[in-house]
Write a protein that binds this ligand. Structure first.
Ligand SMILES: Cc1cc2nc3c(=O)[nH]c(=O)nc-3n(C[C@H](O)[C@H](O)[C@H](O)COP(=O)(O)O)c2cc1C
Ligand code: SF4
Ligand code: SF4
Length: 288
């Protein structure tokens, strides 16, 4: 692979060798690094509210990969991880990784020959690669590969299952990317490092359609919902990930508008990646 030739997002993902392989069954990694066993080949940390990043993680993991949920690993008291390759897959939130992902990276120690990050996004990922590159450096390691995938387009068929080659590539950030990002931060007034961190009671509420099933209590990565007298109530730390909103089977959770952002145009528009089940997301995120 000629690393000097112009490369688009599709090619870049292809050369990473992200195989369309069988779904990985998570197994425990060499956390704490006390064992002298064979190193894990590819360890992937993911965060996912609606399944896109979990789906991409599964594709990247391949047969020898191990998936670990950041929502669970954030509680690891001895967060030392070692593998031949370590990757992070997460949604892009306000152009950067969710705060929970940043926090996990900051509190953990990673040992690997090769580090990569893939962000899944809907419209603009802009400065995401630059931010992740700096985040890694601030925490003492170097990313070899950073890229993003627009989930509304299916880039996954372009992954080449036969290639296992490692590539050094960080998706370039353009001036236009910086302008889009700057405009958004200025107009929204959001914090540039933790733009989505809030309190759940400030951004979501359950309507009369709530039947108290408890799904929201289980998909929330901060455990910030509880069912009281058959009705679910939001209170606590919040990532603004909208897992509760999208996964409520009754569509009984609505968003409280936070100006200047508009009110949601359609209270019935809810999404979960079709390859990911509610049970998968509960397993990934439940704090109960
Ligand atoms: C709070 C929040 C902020 C987001 N910010 C962006 C963004 O800045 N740019 C973008 O293209 N998509 C943005 N999105 C869309 C997600 O990045 C995208 O849908 C992602 O694939 C969701 O991943 P998941 O299904 O693994 O949770 C945002 C979504 C949420 C909930
Ligand atoms: S998931 Fe929806 S219906 Fe179930 S308890 Fe939560 S708000 Fe109520
Ligand atoms: S309350 Fe909802 S939006 Fe906030 S962290 Fe929990 S699941 Fe995500």
């Amino acid at each position: 692979m000629d690393i000097n030739r112009p490369i688009n997002r599709r090619n870049a993902l292809k050369v990473l060798g992200l195989g369309m392989l069988a779904t990985c069954v998570p197994t425990l990694p060499a956390c704490g690094n006390t064992r002298k066993e064979k190193k894990i080949k590819r360890l992937i940390f993911y965060f996912s509210a609606t399944g896109n990043s979990l789906y991409v993680s599964r594709q990247i993991a391949g047969e020898e990969g191990t998936l670990l949920s950041i929502s669970q690993e954030i509680h690891n008291e001895n967060p030392v991880y070692e593998a031949e390759e370590i990757g992070f897959v997460c949604p892009v939130y306000c152009f950067i990784p969710p705060a929970i992902v940043q926090d996990f990276i900051a509190r953990s120690t990673f040992k690997a020959d090769y580090f990569f990050t893939v962000g899944t996004f809907g419209a603009h990922s802009t400065i995401f690669p630059e931010f992740v590159d700096n985040l890694a450096k601030e925490n003492g390691f170097q990313m070899n590969y950073i890229n993003t995938i627009q989930m509304v387009d299916t880039y996954l068929p372009y992954f080449d299952a036969d290639r296992e080659k490692r590539e050094n590539y960080i998706l370039p950030v353009t001036e236009m990317d910086r302008m889009i990002c700057e405009g958004y931060y200025r107009s929204s007034g959001r914090d540039r490092k933790r733009p989505t961190v809030t309190r759940s009671e400030k951004i979501v509420f359950s309507t009369d359609a709530c039947v108290g099933c408890g799904v929201c209590t289980s998909v929330c990565p901060h455990g910030s919902w509880k069912v009281v007298d058959g009705h679910s109530v939001a209170e606590g730390e919040c990532e603004n990930c909208l897992a509760c909103v999208h996964n409520c089977p009754q569509k009984a959770i609505s968003i409280i508008p936070t100006p200047p952002e508009p009110e949601e145009p359609n209270r019935n528009a809810r999404y979960r990646n079709p390859n990911v089940s509610i049970a998968d997301l509960i397993k990934a995120n439940s704090q109960i």
